[in-house]
Design a protein around this ligand. Sequence first.
Ligand code: ADP
Ligand code: MG
Length: 208
Amino acid sequence: MISGEKVIQIINEIADKIEENKSYLTELDAAIGDGDHGLNMSKGFRAVKEKLKDDDGKNIGNIFKKTGMALVSNVGGASGPLYGTAFMKAAVVVSGKDNMDIDDFINVLKASIDGVVMRGKAQAGDKTMLDSLIPAYDAAKKAKDDGKDEKEILKEVSTAAINGAEDTKKIAARKGRASYLGDRSIGHKDPGATSSAIILETVYNFIK
Ligand code: ADP
Ligand code: MG
């Protein structure tokens, strides 16, 4: 079980990790996109941090809603509305809750994926953030079914997300700017899948 205050701490930690990886994410995007993913994410999460500064942490739904809205309104690139929608859909799942458990987390992950799909119409294998998020969700469900505990589940989630992002090197982009390159995008890691993996790895590292 984690409190809303902890959720805010995790989101702040995510913002810091995004900041640390800003040039890396931008570099990945420079290879197959327009080289702004790190900048977009950094700008977005700085706005999120600012928006959560005075939050009392009492309603996790509100925390996610504020996060989503800050991302949508502060990020120019495709990733802003996509991540923004993910957090806003996640907000609905934990609306009014002042604590969340691992089942809530798994439901949040599922709602986030549904939000990204709804907004961007991509699917697994299109070389997008979904290629990190979907394997992460599948790993969560499997670990849960195998009777693993919270930390073990989050570890599986983190590993699956990292591997999923790595595996985007093998496929050609079919959505987003990278899709203009077609097969020439093969060999490059997708920036959005990488930022998703950073986010989920940060959650695991915080909880462990
Ligand atoms: P932009 O492409 O507008 O410059 P960013 O560079 O911030 O925006 O984000 C690019 C990332 O967004 C890609 O690496 C990919 O993971 C993700 N992305 C792009 N289009 C989609 C989509 N339709 N569905 C899901 N993710 C997408
Ligand atoms: Mg870009």
